[in-house]
Structures are given as C-alpha cells and as structure tokens.
Ligand binder design. Sequence first.
Ligand code: DGJ
Length: 695
Amino acid sequence: MSIVINKKKDIFLLNTRSVSYAFGIDDQGLIRHLYWGKKIDSVEDFEMPVLTEVSTNDPVFEITREEFPVYGGLRYKEHCLRVVFADGTREIVYQYCGYETDRTEEYEELIIRLKDVRYDFDMNLHYRIYEDYDLMERSVTVKNGTAQRIQIEKLHSGQFHIPYEGLNFSNVHGHWGAEQQRFTQKVSYGKIVIENRRGISTHNHNPYFILDRNATETSGDVYFGALRMSGNFSGVIEQTQYGETLAQIGLNSHDFMMELEPGEEFEAPAVICGYSESGFETMSRNLHHFALKNILREGYRPVLYNSWEATGFNVNSREQIKLAKKAREIGAELFVLDDGWFGERHGIDNGLGDWYVNESKFPNGLDELISEVKALDMKFGIWVEPEMVNPKAQLYQSHPDWIYHFETRTSDTSRGQYVLNMGKKEVQDFVYEMLDNLLTEYEIDYIKWDANRPISQPGIRRDIWYTHIEAVYEIVRKLKKKHPQVLFEACASGGGRIDYGILGIFDDFWTSDNTDAYDRLYIQDAYSYIYPIKAMRAWVTDCPNFLSGREIPLRFRYHSAMMGTLGIGCNILKFTEEEENLSKEMICRYKEIRPIVQEGDFYRLENPSENRYFLYEYLKGDQGLIFAFLPQSRVGHRGTTIRLRGLEENAVYTLKTEFGEITKSGNYLMNFGMNLSLTGDYASIIIPFEKKNRE
Ligand code: DGJ
C-alpha cells in the first residue's frame, strides 16, 4: 500500500519503495507538511505539532510548513495560489473537505479536497505515487463553482519542504549553442529564482530543481522536482529563517492571468518529484526509468541523417537524393530534409507559413526525393516551423492579424519572423491542417518541429504563456492519433525544448546546435541528470566545427554522438574513403549497442585522474558499455581508474578492450576497478562488457 492514512490523527503517509512523504490536517484545517525523506513505515509515529507563535513578528503562517500556501492572512513567503474573485477579494481562506483515493495500473492517488470558506471555489491537491519508480507527482486542480469569473494570478502545484539549510541548488544555464550548462550554487538566506519569460521554451534555465546536501553520484541526500510544462515557468528556492528550505515550481506569474469561467476547472502543470539518500545516480535512474516506461514511446530511435549542416537553406532535389544515397551507404536509417524546401525560403526572411513545395528546388515535387529515399529502404523526415510566419510570406499577407500583436504597437521580428497566435482557433486549424495534409499527401515518417524565436507583443490575453504551448501539444497529439507511425522531434533553435511537459508528446529531442563533440560531452552530461538518453539526439558533424572552429578526430566525434541517439549531419558527399569507412563501421557498431545505449541504465562514472577523463557506463541486463574520453592529455600520460557501478558483486564479467579481454568479478570491477590510459588529444574508446554465464 502506498497510501497509509491515520484517520484518528488525520495524517497521510505516502510511501514509495524507499521514500516516505507525510503531511496532515491540523486542528485549524491547515494542510501541514511533516516529512520527506528515507522511508518510515509506521504512520502511527507521526504527530501533528501544536503551533505556537514565536512572536508577533513571526506569525504562525510563517513557521507553518504548509503543503499549499495560498495568498492571504499573515503569509509573507511564496504562496502557491492567488486568485481574484469577482468582487475584487484577493484572499483565499480554505477549509479541508476530506480526501479520496484512486488507483490505476500506473499509480495510486490521494486527492485532498479544499474549498474556500466563502466562495464556491475548489482546490484539489493531487498526489500520485509511482511506487516502483520511487517518484511522486504533485498537481492541483482548481474549479470555479461561482456564477462569475475568477482570475488566477499565480498557481504553483505545491510547496516542497526540505528540512535543512545550506543546501546546494543545481540547474542548467545556457543560451543558443551552449544549452545545458550545469551549475550549482549554495542556497543561503533569501531566494533563488529560475524562470522562463519567452513563451517558447528557454535555453537559459530548465524547469526543474535539484537540492542536495553535498551529494556525490552515489552518496548524500538529493531532493528534486521536474515540472511537466514547457511554457513560462518559475522556480523559487527559499531558505527560511526557521531552519528549512522551500521549493516551488510552476506557472510563471510574470505577465500572467488566467480567467476561470463559471463551472470551469483547470489542472495546473504537475511536478514529478523524488528524494534520493544515495546521490544523483539514483535520482537520474528513477527519472530515466519513469520516462522510458511511462512517458516515451516504445521502440529504438533510428540513426538519422540530416542535411542542415551540409546544405543550409540551399536544398534541391538532385543534391538531397545524392546525400540520401550516401547516407544509406554509410548506414543511416532515416533521411531528414531540413529547412529550405518550401515557399520562397532562401534564407531566414521568407517562406515560413507558405508550406508548399518550392518548385525551383524540387521541380518534380517532393515525391521524387521521397520515393528515392523509400527505394533505399530508409525512412523520410521533414523540417517544419509551424508556429512562425515571415512578414514577406503569403500567409502573413493574407492574415496579418494571425500573429501575436498589440494593435497600437509594431511587432518585433526576430530571425526575420513573427510568432503565430496559437490561441486563435483559426491558427490552430491552419497548423493542424497544414501538417495533416503534408502527412497525408506524402510518405513522411518523421517531423522535425522547430521554433526559432521567443514571443513578443503577446496581445491582450495574459494566459498565452501557457496556452501557446498547450495548443502546440494538442496539435501534435491529434496528428499522432491520425498518423501513429510518425515520430516527432522537438527543436527550438537548438536544444531549448526539453522538459517533462513535452517529453512523450514529442519523441525525439534536438539537444543543441552546438555539435562540437567536446562541448557536447558537457551538454550531454548535464542533460543526463534529468532526461533519459533515448531523448537525446546527437549528431556527428564536419570539422572544423562551425561554432567552435575545433578540429576533432572523426572517431571521437562518433563516440561522443553515440552516447545518445545517433545522427549524422556531415556533408557526406565530401567524405574521404577513410571517413566513409569509419562511418560505416561506427554506425554499424551503434546499431549493435543501441539497445544498451537507448534503454540501459546510465552512470556518470567518477574520474580519479588528474587528467580530465569523461567516463560513462551503460548497463542493460547482462550487457554493458564503458565510454571513455580524454579530450586533452595533461600531466604526461597519466591514466585513470574506471570503477564500474550497478554490477552484481559475485558475478563475473568479461570486458573486451583493445588490448585484450579482462575477466573479473563485479565486486572487483566496482571497487578496485580497471586501469585505463588513453594517450594524445581527443582519445576515446568504447569498451563493451558482459556478464559471464556460470559454467
Ligand atoms: C535551428 C535548428 O536547431 C537547426 O537544427 C536547423 O533546423 C535550423 N534551425 C533550420 O533553420
């Protein structure tokens, strides 16, 4: 049983495999947090402490560990909910109205029913327990039962209480070409805020929080929560004056207001959260398992070839066919035609919105390329940017009012384009029909959905920061229903669009336009903390890299990209024989190891060496892989020791290194480890290993 209730004391204990979360209802009807941490079995041990005011300057609400602090009363910390009732009242006073439980195949759920004491306004707190994954999902639904409109000004799905001070907070910062740059900072008195104000997902921060007590990969307390939403979010971490740290994450209240009509209900984006007593590895593994089993679509992701870096906007049927043939020869399974195939798209300033095939580039239509691709026994994918329009495009000329705008202001272009107002029914219909027609008319297996600018001049509605992306999701859901075989890749000018809201609606995720294989090691490492490897698209591209100017050997570039879902973005028509042969070998190898890479358990291994080795392990059943990279040799040729993780102590494993086979016990490999010495710059190696069957 995951939900244990002490009815006498009104205390709820939510248990997963190794974690407990407890709260209760006090004599004032307040929902008060009691515990989050290592599993405690007996609900009887929990008591609801009596609250006493410290002083009139420290009102009771300030020291109360509320599960869902609302705006009102003597509350001065972050609240989760603020609404304006029709008469202008902005304070909520709730009463506890009981609970319900539910159970599905995937989770057990506890719903705490709250109602305003004066207005017919319901707030239901949802706790879904995914016992096997050691995860819980919190969300809140609000319902307007009054006869008038209620305005929601702020809504976060819950407050998290971590009973310590001086924690480390980590997230990622970044920008285009440098997404997923992991950072950690000490939490002290005051607040840390991360957010998105762009409407389209941001590269600057990602909607999750990780709070740890000097944790390592394998030790220490880690508390985390990831928001299931891609629009404007805000996350607030606050160390209080009373010995604890608060965390909230949810809809950003910046320029936000949502109206709830009479009878209307709204479910706020959920937070998938958990606790690990043994470091970051457990956190990542629980999230990865959950994503693989509960969120992401089944099946391995294909090895793709994408022509963007080879041809830019300058696409044409003849050259794309040549590229497709070569892509097939080296082993690609999916050919993706990127930007430039439609309308008058010759650069960034035209074409978006005019989704017809450009005849000068494809005189025989798209079918010519598609049938060649199919004849090569490859799948075919195509690039679109459906939320956008160029001012020069026919679509904009016919529908200038379809973009976000203020009547009295000039709308800004960015990358030469405007953002379509996805809140308008006619725009939603246009986007859906355009894509539905494309997928119906052509044999398309893969859509790369891009979005290259943020929203500005959002118009008078202040809920677009949420509804824009919801409209996108709805369109993709509908398309997938009608075209279930099509895979959807999310891209937002690189790797901006990845979060637990979009995961699963889209199937594949572009990680970054930065395809420099060395930079990618950092990006991929940070990405792996929260997101599953199967959702991490990584390409091998040409050198010198267009961003970094760096020259990196092709083998290293492949190894780096083989850590995720492999793609090739090189101008393969210019490959030397040697490059072609190596590509064939690497892609063939990737296909063999793909089940382990895409669905295995992932470990960020410790590097004890002075030399900056990047060491990773993938483990699926009896088979595993070690990825080792040494971008630059420092301190002579000092080697490293690889200590594996997750093996069976008493089992025997065989590792196939370039220097011969090594056979050792799991115990030995996890404790003594294996010495590895790579030499030179940009050295890399993949070492497969396997559990030996007992004779
Ligand atoms: C940005 C993406 O990240 C690239 O991969 C490419 O699709 C371009 N847009 C096309 O304009």
